[in-house]
Design a protein around this ligand. Structure first.
Ligand code: PMP
Length: 413
Protein backbone atom coordinates (compact mmCIF):
# COMPACT_ATOMS: atom_id res chain seq x y z
CA UNK A 1 0.00 0.00 0.00
CA UNK A 2 2.58 2.65 0.95
CA UNK A 3 3.98 4.16 -2.20
CA UNK A 4 7.65 4.83 -2.59
CA UNK A 5 8.81 7.34 -5.15
CA UNK A 6 11.34 5.98 -7.71
CA UNK A 7 14.86 7.04 -6.82
CA UNK A 8 16.47 9.44 -9.27
CA UNK A 9 19.55 8.11 -11.08
CA UNK A 10 22.70 9.45 -9.42
CA UNK A 11 24.17 12.28 -11.52
CA UNK A 12 27.92 11.94 -12.11
CA UNK A 13 30.16 14.69 -10.72
CA UNK A 14 31.66 16.78 -13.56
CA UNK A 15 35.25 15.66 -14.00
CA UNK A 16 36.58 18.58 -16.07
CA UNK A 17 36.94 21.12 -13.18
CA UNK A 18 38.23 19.11 -10.21
CA UNK A 19 39.14 22.26 -8.22
CA UNK A 20 35.66 23.86 -8.51
CA UNK A 21 33.53 22.81 -5.53
CA UNK A 22 30.34 24.02 -7.23
CA UNK A 23 30.89 22.67 -10.76
CA UNK A 24 27.99 20.30 -10.09
CA UNK A 25 25.65 23.29 -9.75
CA UNK A 26 26.47 24.42 -13.31
CA UNK A 27 25.90 20.89 -14.59
CA UNK A 28 22.55 20.74 -12.82
CA UNK A 29 21.56 24.16 -14.12
CA UNK A 30 22.31 23.12 -17.71
CA UNK A 31 20.05 20.08 -17.34
CA UNK A 32 17.30 22.27 -15.86
CA UNK A 33 17.72 24.75 -18.69
CA UNK A 34 17.46 22.03 -21.34
CA UNK A 35 14.24 20.77 -19.74
CA UNK A 36 12.79 24.32 -19.65
CA UNK A 37 12.57 24.18 -15.84
CA UNK A 38 14.74 27.10 -14.70
CA UNK A 39 12.93 29.27 -12.14
CA UNK A 40 13.42 33.04 -12.04
CA UNK A 41 12.40 35.74 -9.61
CA UNK A 42 10.28 38.51 -11.06
CA UNK A 43 10.11 41.30 -8.46
CA UNK A 44 6.75 43.04 -8.24
CA UNK A 45 6.79 46.86 -8.43
CA UNK A 46 4.92 48.70 -5.65
CA UNK A 47 2.14 49.87 -7.93
CA UNK A 48 1.95 47.09 -10.47
CA UNK A 49 -0.54 47.73 -13.26
CA UNK A 50 -0.98 43.95 -13.67
CA UNK A 51 -4.24 42.28 -12.77
CA UNK A 52 -3.27 39.80 -10.03
CA UNK A 53 -4.60 36.24 -10.21
CA UNK A 54 -1.43 34.74 -8.78
CA UNK A 55 -1.13 35.88 -5.17
CA UNK A 56 -2.63 34.15 -2.15
CA UNK A 57 -4.25 37.34 -0.88
CA UNK A 58 -7.64 35.61 -1.20
CA UNK A 59 -9.68 38.20 0.68
CA UNK A 60 -7.76 41.17 -0.70
CA UNK A 61 -6.76 42.18 2.84
CA UNK A 62 -2.96 42.54 2.46
CA UNK A 63 -3.46 46.17 1.39
CA UNK A 64 -6.65 46.91 3.31
CA UNK A 65 -6.13 50.24 5.13
CA UNK A 66 -7.26 48.81 8.48
CA UNK A 67 -4.78 45.95 8.15
CA UNK A 68 -1.76 48.02 7.08
CA UNK A 69 -2.55 50.61 9.78
CA UNK A 70 -2.68 47.83 12.39
CA UNK A 71 0.72 46.55 11.18
CA UNK A 72 2.24 50.03 11.49
CA UNK A 73 0.68 50.62 14.91
CA UNK A 74 1.93 47.25 16.20
CA UNK A 75 5.48 47.99 14.97
CA UNK A 76 5.39 51.36 16.70
CA UNK A 77 4.06 49.98 19.96
CA UNK A 78 6.00 46.71 20.19
CA UNK A 79 9.00 47.20 17.88
CA UNK A 80 9.96 46.15 14.37
CA UNK A 81 11.15 42.77 15.58
CA UNK A 82 9.89 40.52 18.37
CA UNK A 83 13.45 40.57 19.84
CA UNK A 84 13.69 36.93 20.87
CA UNK A 85 12.25 33.45 20.86
CA UNK A 86 8.71 33.09 22.19
CA UNK A 87 9.94 31.51 25.44
CA UNK A 88 12.34 34.37 26.15
CA UNK A 89 11.31 37.89 25.03
CA UNK A 90 9.42 37.18 21.77
CA UNK A 91 5.89 36.82 23.20
CA UNK A 92 3.94 40.05 23.44
CA UNK A 93 0.38 40.53 24.69
CA UNK A 94 -0.51 40.99 21.03
CA UNK A 95 0.63 37.42 20.27
CA UNK A 96 -1.57 36.11 23.10
CA UNK A 97 -4.58 38.11 21.88
CA UNK A 98 -4.16 36.77 18.33
CA UNK A 99 -3.89 33.21 19.65
CA UNK A 100 -7.02 33.58 21.76
CA UNK A 101 -9.06 35.12 18.91
CA UNK A 102 -7.86 32.58 16.33
CA UNK A 103 -8.77 29.70 18.66
CA UNK A 104 -12.22 31.21 19.33
CA UNK A 105 -12.89 31.89 15.65
CA UNK A 106 -11.86 28.43 14.44
CA UNK A 107 -13.55 26.64 17.38
CA UNK A 108 -10.51 25.18 19.16
CA UNK A 109 -9.44 25.21 22.78
CA UNK A 110 -6.06 26.82 22.15
CA UNK A 111 -3.72 28.17 19.46
CA UNK A 112 0.00 28.80 19.08
CA UNK A 113 1.44 31.30 16.58
CA UNK A 114 4.64 30.54 14.65
CA UNK A 115 6.86 32.63 12.39
CA UNK A 116 5.45 30.89 9.29
CA UNK A 117 2.96 28.25 8.20
CA UNK A 118 5.95 26.17 7.20
CA UNK A 119 7.31 26.27 10.77
CA UNK A 120 3.82 25.48 12.14
CA UNK A 121 3.59 22.35 9.99
CA UNK A 122 7.09 21.17 10.92
CA UNK A 123 6.12 21.62 14.57
CA UNK A 124 2.73 19.91 14.49
CA UNK A 125 3.84 16.86 12.53
CA UNK A 126 7.19 16.27 14.22
CA UNK A 127 6.15 17.04 17.81
CA UNK A 128 3.03 14.84 17.59
CA UNK A 129 4.81 11.81 16.10
CA UNK A 130 8.39 10.68 16.71
CA UNK A 131 10.72 7.90 15.67
CA UNK A 132 8.46 5.06 16.82
CA UNK A 133 5.28 6.55 15.27
CA UNK A 134 3.42 5.88 12.04
CA UNK A 135 2.40 8.83 9.85
CA UNK A 136 -0.06 8.35 7.00
CA UNK A 137 0.42 11.17 4.50
CA UNK A 138 -1.63 12.11 1.40
CA UNK A 139 0.44 11.99 -1.83
CA UNK A 140 -0.68 15.56 -2.65
CA UNK A 141 0.41 17.13 0.65
CA UNK A 142 2.33 20.41 0.77
CA UNK A 143 6.13 20.33 1.03
CA UNK A 144 6.03 21.61 4.62
CA UNK A 145 3.94 18.61 5.76
CA UNK A 146 6.31 16.30 3.89
CA UNK A 147 9.29 17.93 5.60
CA UNK A 148 7.51 17.61 8.96
CA UNK A 149 7.27 13.85 8.31
CA UNK A 150 10.98 13.73 7.48
CA UNK A 151 11.94 15.72 10.55
CA UNK A 152 9.96 13.34 12.78
CA UNK A 153 11.97 10.28 11.62
CA UNK A 154 8.72 8.32 11.90
CA UNK A 155 7.69 5.55 9.52
CA UNK A 156 5.79 7.39 6.76
CA UNK A 157 3.18 5.70 4.56
CA UNK A 158 2.34 7.88 1.56
CA UNK A 159 -1.21 7.01 0.46
CA UNK A 160 -2.93 7.88 -2.84
CA UNK A 161 -4.45 11.35 -3.01
CA UNK A 162 -7.78 11.90 -1.21
CA UNK A 163 -8.23 8.21 -0.39
CA UNK A 164 -9.62 7.69 3.16
CA UNK A 165 -9.99 3.93 2.58
CA UNK A 166 -6.23 3.72 2.00
CA UNK A 167 -5.68 5.66 5.24
CA UNK A 168 -7.98 3.26 7.10
CA UNK A 169 -6.17 0.21 5.67
CA UNK A 170 -2.69 1.45 6.61
CA UNK A 171 -3.81 2.39 10.13
CA UNK A 172 -5.62 -0.95 10.52
CA UNK A 173 -2.63 -2.96 9.32
CA UNK A 174 -0.38 -1.17 11.80
CA UNK A 175 -2.70 -1.65 14.76
CA UNK A 176 -1.28 -5.01 15.77
CA UNK A 177 2.20 -3.54 15.61
CA UNK A 178 2.66 -2.30 19.16
CA UNK A 179 6.39 -1.54 19.00
CA UNK A 180 6.04 -1.73 22.75
CA UNK A 181 9.62 -1.18 23.72
CA UNK A 182 10.16 1.87 21.54
CA UNK A 183 6.78 3.33 22.43
CA UNK A 184 7.26 2.83 26.18
CA UNK A 185 10.76 4.25 26.02
CA UNK A 186 9.27 7.37 24.42
CA UNK A 187 6.67 7.64 27.19
CA UNK A 188 3.71 6.36 25.19
CA UNK A 189 0.83 4.32 26.55
CA UNK A 190 2.11 0.73 26.66
CA UNK A 191 0.82 -1.53 23.91
CA UNK A 192 -0.26 1.29 21.64
CA UNK A 193 1.73 2.73 18.78
CA UNK A 194 1.43 6.46 18.13
CA UNK A 195 -0.29 7.09 14.77
CA UNK A 196 -1.17 10.22 12.85
CA UNK A 197 -2.78 11.02 9.50
CA UNK A 198 -1.81 14.31 7.83
CA UNK A 199 -3.56 16.11 4.98
CA UNK A 200 -4.03 19.52 3.42
CA UNK A 201 -7.68 20.61 3.72
CA UNK A 202 -7.47 22.21 0.27
CA UNK A 203 -4.63 21.00 -1.93
CA UNK A 204 -2.41 23.78 -3.17
CA UNK A 205 -1.85 22.57 -6.74
CA UNK A 206 -5.37 21.65 -7.90
CA UNK A 207 -7.48 23.43 -5.28
CA UNK A 208 -9.52 20.31 -4.46
CA UNK A 209 -10.72 19.65 -0.90
CA UNK A 210 -9.81 16.65 1.26
CA UNK A 211 -12.54 14.20 2.40
CA UNK A 212 -12.17 15.38 5.99
CA UNK A 213 -15.16 13.62 7.58
CA UNK A 214 -14.07 10.24 6.18
CA UNK A 215 -10.44 10.87 7.17
CA UNK A 216 -11.48 11.73 10.73
CA UNK A 217 -13.63 8.58 10.92
CA UNK A 218 -10.72 6.44 9.68
CA UNK A 219 -8.43 7.94 12.31
CA UNK A 220 -10.97 7.58 15.10
CA UNK A 221 -11.54 3.92 14.26
CA UNK A 222 -7.86 3.26 14.94
CA UNK A 223 -7.07 5.71 17.76
CA UNK A 224 -5.01 7.93 15.48
CA UNK A 225 -4.81 11.72 15.46
CA UNK A 226 -5.59 13.84 12.40
CA UNK A 227 -3.51 16.89 11.45
CA UNK A 228 -5.09 19.14 8.81
CA UNK A 229 -3.31 22.02 7.07
CA UNK A 230 -5.88 24.78 6.48
CA UNK A 231 -3.49 27.11 4.60
CA UNK A 232 -6.00 27.40 1.74
CA UNK A 233 -9.16 26.69 3.75
CA UNK A 234 -9.00 29.39 6.45
CA UNK A 235 -10.89 32.50 5.35
CA UNK A 236 -12.52 30.72 2.42
CA UNK A 237 -14.34 27.56 3.54
CA UNK A 238 -16.67 26.87 6.47
CA UNK A 239 -19.09 29.30 8.10
CA UNK A 240 -17.72 32.84 7.58
CA UNK A 241 -14.31 31.42 6.57
CA UNK A 242 -13.74 29.37 9.74
CA UNK A 243 -12.13 26.67 7.61
CA UNK A 244 -12.96 23.27 6.13
CA UNK A 245 -12.44 21.50 9.47
CA UNK A 246 -15.10 23.73 11.05
CA UNK A 247 -17.31 23.12 8.01
CA UNK A 248 -16.96 19.35 8.49
CA UNK A 249 -18.07 19.64 12.14
CA UNK A 250 -14.61 18.69 13.43
CA UNK A 251 -13.62 21.94 15.13
CA UNK A 252 -12.61 21.34 18.72
CA UNK A 253 -12.53 17.55 18.32
CA UNK A 254 -10.16 15.99 20.88
CA UNK A 255 -8.11 14.15 18.25
CA UNK A 256 -7.94 16.82 15.52
CA UNK A 257 -5.19 19.42 15.14
CA UNK A 258 -5.28 22.22 12.56
CA UNK A 259 -2.40 24.21 11.13
CA UNK A 260 -2.73 27.34 8.99
CA UNK A 261 -0.78 30.20 7.56
CA UNK A 262 -1.50 33.87 8.30
CA UNK A 263 -0.05 34.76 4.88
CA UNK A 264 -2.96 33.92 2.59
CA UNK A 265 -6.51 34.92 3.55
CA UNK A 266 -5.29 36.95 6.52
CA UNK A 267 -2.99 38.98 4.24
CA UNK A 268 -0.10 38.96 6.73
CA UNK A 269 2.70 36.54 7.53
CA UNK A 270 3.16 33.76 10.08
CA UNK A 271 1.54 30.46 10.97
CA UNK A 272 -0.64 28.87 13.66
CA UNK A 273 -1.41 25.49 15.20
CA UNK A 274 -4.88 25.04 16.73
CA UNK A 275 -6.00 22.16 18.92
CA UNK A 276 -6.68 20.85 22.41
CA UNK A 277 -4.90 22.83 25.17
CA UNK A 278 -2.74 19.83 26.13
CA UNK A 279 -1.48 19.54 22.54
CA UNK A 280 -0.62 23.24 22.41
CA UNK A 281 1.19 23.00 25.75
CA UNK A 282 3.11 20.00 24.41
CA UNK A 283 4.19 22.06 21.38
CA UNK A 284 5.39 24.92 23.61
CA UNK A 285 7.61 22.42 25.39
CA UNK A 286 8.84 20.27 22.52
CA UNK A 287 8.40 21.85 19.07
CA UNK A 288 11.84 22.85 17.80
CA UNK A 289 10.50 25.43 15.30
CA UNK A 290 8.72 27.12 18.20
CA UNK A 291 11.47 26.94 20.82
CA UNK A 292 14.48 27.82 18.66
CA UNK A 293 12.89 30.36 16.32
CA UNK A 294 12.44 34.10 16.89
CA UNK A 295 8.81 34.99 17.60
CA UNK A 296 6.65 36.38 14.80
CA UNK A 297 7.24 40.12 14.33
CA UNK A 298 4.62 42.38 15.96
CA UNK A 299 3.62 44.07 12.68
CA UNK A 300 2.60 40.68 11.24
CA UNK A 301 0.72 39.80 14.43
CA UNK A 302 -1.14 43.14 14.38
CA UNK A 303 -2.02 42.75 10.69
CA UNK A 304 -3.31 39.19 11.14
CA UNK A 305 -5.44 40.27 14.11
CA UNK A 306 -6.93 43.17 12.13
CA UNK A 307 -7.75 40.84 9.20
CA UNK A 308 -9.33 38.29 11.50
CA UNK A 309 -11.55 40.98 13.08
CA UNK A 310 -12.50 42.26 9.61
CA UNK A 311 -13.45 38.76 8.51
CA UNK A 312 -15.57 38.29 11.64
CA UNK A 313 -17.33 41.58 10.92
CA UNK A 314 -17.74 40.88 7.19
CA UNK A 315 -18.23 37.10 6.87
CA UNK A 316 -19.57 37.47 3.32
CA UNK A 317 -15.95 37.97 2.17
CA UNK A 318 -15.38 34.19 2.36
CA UNK A 319 -18.38 33.29 0.20
CA UNK A 320 -17.40 35.90 -2.39
CA UNK A 321 -14.03 34.13 -2.98
CA UNK A 322 -15.84 30.87 -3.72
CA UNK A 323 -18.24 32.65 -6.11
CA UNK A 324 -15.33 34.24 -8.01
CA UNK A 325 -13.50 30.90 -8.24
CA UNK A 326 -16.58 29.11 -9.63
CA UNK A 327 -17.16 31.98 -12.07
CA UNK A 328 -13.60 31.69 -13.39
CA UNK A 329 -13.89 27.93 -13.68
CA UNK A 330 -17.26 28.08 -15.45
CA UNK A 331 -16.11 30.61 -18.03
CA UNK A 332 -12.77 28.92 -18.75
CA UNK A 333 -14.27 25.48 -19.22
CA UNK A 334 -17.09 26.94 -21.36
CA UNK A 335 -14.32 28.30 -23.62
CA UNK A 336 -12.94 24.77 -24.03
CA UNK A 337 -10.07 24.79 -21.50
CA UNK A 338 -9.54 21.90 -19.08
CA UNK A 339 -9.68 22.91 -15.42
CA UNK A 340 -10.29 21.29 -12.04
CA UNK A 341 -13.59 22.22 -10.38
CA UNK A 342 -12.47 24.45 -7.50
CA UNK A 343 -13.50 23.61 -3.93
CA UNK A 344 -12.03 26.87 -2.62
CA UNK A 345 -10.02 29.70 -4.18
CA UNK A 346 -7.47 27.94 -6.41
CA UNK A 347 -8.41 27.28 -10.05
CA UNK A 348 -6.01 24.94 -11.83
CA UNK A 349 -5.98 25.02 -15.66
CA UNK A 350 -4.17 22.30 -17.55
CA UNK A 351 -1.27 23.16 -19.91
CA UNK A 352 0.02 20.75 -22.56
CA UNK A 353 3.72 20.93 -21.55
CA UNK A 354 6.04 22.78 -19.14
CA UNK A 355 7.35 24.96 -22.00
CA UNK A 356 3.83 25.88 -23.13
CA UNK A 357 2.81 26.59 -19.53
CA UNK A 358 5.74 29.01 -19.13
CA UNK A 359 4.99 30.70 -22.47
CA UNK A 360 1.27 30.89 -21.66
CA UNK A 361 1.97 32.58 -18.30
CA UNK A 362 4.43 34.97 -20.02
CA UNK A 363 1.85 35.83 -22.71
CA UNK A 364 -0.73 36.52 -19.99
CA UNK A 365 1.75 38.80 -18.23
CA UNK A 366 2.47 40.66 -21.49
CA UNK A 367 -1.30 41.16 -21.81
CA UNK A 368 -1.51 42.61 -18.27
CA UNK A 369 -2.49 39.52 -16.27
CA UNK A 370 -0.41 37.87 -13.56
CA UNK A 371 -1.03 34.10 -13.20
CA UNK A 372 0.85 31.31 -11.47
CA UNK A 373 2.58 28.56 -13.41
CA UNK A 374 3.14 25.14 -11.82
CA UNK A 375 5.36 22.56 -13.49
CA UNK A 376 7.64 19.71 -12.47
CA UNK A 377 9.22 19.21 -9.98
CA UNK A 378 6.61 21.21 -7.98
CA UNK A 379 3.92 18.94 -9.41
CA UNK A 380 4.79 15.29 -8.75
CA UNK A 381 2.30 14.02 -11.37
CA UNK A 382 4.28 15.81 -14.11
CA UNK A 383 1.25 17.77 -15.37
CA UNK A 384 1.94 21.49 -15.89
CA UNK A 385 -0.78 23.99 -15.06
CA UNK A 386 -1.64 27.61 -14.89
CA UNK A 387 -2.68 28.26 -11.32
CA UNK A 388 -5.19 31.04 -10.82
CA UNK A 389 -6.22 32.33 -7.43
CA UNK A 390 -9.63 33.87 -7.03
CA UNK A 391 -9.77 36.93 -4.82
CA UNK A 392 -12.90 38.16 -3.13
CA UNK A 393 -12.18 41.75 -4.15
CA UNK A 394 -12.07 41.06 -7.92
CA UNK A 395 -14.85 42.80 -9.84
CA UNK A 396 -16.95 41.16 -12.56
CA UNK A 397 -15.12 43.29 -15.12
CA UNK A 398 -11.74 42.06 -13.85
CA UNK A 399 -12.83 38.43 -13.91
CA UNK A 400 -14.11 38.89 -17.48
CA UNK A 401 -10.84 40.53 -18.56
CA UNK A 402 -8.78 37.74 -16.98
CA UNK A 403 -10.80 35.04 -18.74
CA UNK A 404 -10.44 36.85 -22.10
CA UNK A 405 -6.65 37.04 -21.76
CA UNK A 406 -6.26 33.40 -20.65
CA UNK A 407 -8.45 32.12 -23.48
CA UNK A 408 -6.82 34.31 -26.16
CA UNK A 409 -3.28 33.30 -25.15
CA UNK A 410 -4.04 29.59 -24.67
CA UNK A 411 -1.70 27.17 -26.50
CA UNK A 412 -3.34 25.67 -29.55
CA UNK A 413 -1.95 22.13 -29.15
N1 PMP B 1 0.82 24.75 3.67
C1 PMP B 1 0.34 25.00 2.45
C2 PMP B 1 -0.72 24.10 1.90
C3 PMP B 1 0.80 26.09 1.71
O1 PMP B 1 0.34 26.34 0.47
C4 PMP B 1 1.79 26.93 2.28
C5 PMP B 1 2.32 28.19 1.58
N2 PMP B 1 2.65 28.06 0.29
C6 PMP B 1 2.29 26.62 3.54
C7 PMP B 1 1.77 25.54 4.22
C8 PMP B 1 3.40 27.41 4.17
O2 PMP B 1 2.92 28.57 4.75
P1 PMP B 1 3.89 29.85 4.89
O3 PMP B 1 4.01 30.44 3.54
O4 PMP B 1 3.21 30.71 5.89
O5 PMP B 1 5.20 29.35 5.40
Amino acid sequence: MPLTRPRKARQPMPQDRPDDAFAWIDAQRERRDRAGLVRRLSPRPADSPLLDLASNDYLGLARHPEVTAAAAAAAQRWGAGSTGSRLVTGSTELHTTLERELAEFCGFEAALVFSSGYAANLAAVSALSGREALIVSDAGNHASLIDGCRLSRAEVAVVPHADPDAVRKVLGAAEGDTREEAAEAAGAVPGRRRALAVSDSVFSVDGDAAPLAALAAACRAHGAALVVDEAHGLGVLGEGGRGAVHGAGLAGAPDVVVTATLSKSLGSQGGVVLGPARVIEHLVNTARTFIFDTGLNPAAVGAALASLRLLRREPERAARVRTVAMGLYGRLTAAGLTAVRPDASVVSVRAPSPEQAVRWAADCRAAGLLVGCFRPPSVPDGISRLRLTARGDLTEEQVGRAVDVIVKTAPTA
